[in-house]
Design a binder for this molecule. Structure first.
Ligand code: 6PG
Length: 239
């Protein structure tokens, strides 16, 4: 597995921003646009704030989300709102390039509407140029939680999910499914904090039951960008 371990948040965010921009440039050169599924949670907010300060060709970039909480777009739980506050309010991007998950709708309707948007953009095969993901302390990613029926979904591209034990917030979610996530050209995990160390080491050790471990791009690259705290239990290759 390809782990890159960084001692400080600025170094980690710098690497993630560099990878985002590099992948965007490659994708735009190859096929005229860059499609990316953004992660929610707290870790990526610093990355989005950094990207807002950099020269990024937003006019050729289509923003999607890997998951969303089923709340209105102005609710504090909303991944979209987090992105607005840290990125969208600070850049010029065509509104039609922003593919928000309509969390204000009932969960099943929100998932259906998002899937229609995805199909309108990708046609029959959803191949994101980049998917950004985080990992929860329980090993979930996007809103694919351990033991969820959504883990077995193989036909739909987006589904509604619920989970009854932390991590908070315990609200219904909409999430991309593994079929879409694993079809991406590149997947980058950004994982920070000591709470992730146990599950990250289990994944390195071959534990495949955790949702984050089941992110294995079929024909794409996978990179883990992690901080020292999250990497605390990893076996390191000696130089
Ligand atoms: C969400 C995220 C979720 C997140 C992990 C890690 O909607 O909460 O998509 O999958 O990436 O929970 O969150 P942190 O980065 O805040 O630790």
């Amino acid at each position: 597995m390809n782990f890159e371990i960084f001692p400080t948040s600025p170094a980690l965010i710098g690497r993630a921003a560099e990878q985002f921009i590099k992948t965007a440039a490659q994708s735009i050169q190859e096929h005229g646009h860059f499609s990316v599924a953004l992660s929610g949670g707290s870790t990526p907010r610093i990355l989005y704030a950094r990207l807002a300060t950099l020269p990024v060709p937003w006019q050729n970039i289509h923003l999607f989300w890997g998951d969303e909480r089923c709340v209105p777009p102005n609710h504090s739980y909303s991944n979209y709102l987090m992105t607005v506050e840290n990125l969208l309010d600070h850049i010029a991007i065509p509104p039609e390039n922003i593919h928000r998950i309509p969390g204000e709708l009932p969960p099943e309707q929100a998932a259906e509407a998002y899937e229609q948007d995805l199909r309108a953009f990708f046609g029959t095969s959803p191949r994101f140029d980049l998917v950004l993901l985080g990992m929860g302390d329980d090993g979930h990613t996007a809103s694919l939680f351990p033991g969820s029926p959504a883990l077995a979904e193989s036909a739909r591209w987006a589904v509604a999910t619920e989970h009854t034990i932390p991590p908070l917030p315990l609200v219904p979610r909409v999430t991309l499914t593994f079929g879409v996530l694993n079809a991406a050209r590149r997947v980058i995990f950004i994982v920070t904090g000591v709470g992730k160390a146990e599950k990250l080491a289990q994944i390195q050790g071959g534990e495949n039951s955790l949702p984050a471990a089941q992110i294995q791009p079929t024909d794409g690259e996978l990179l883990w960008i992690v901080d020292e705290s999250a990497a605390g239990n990893l076996k390191r290759q000696t130089k």
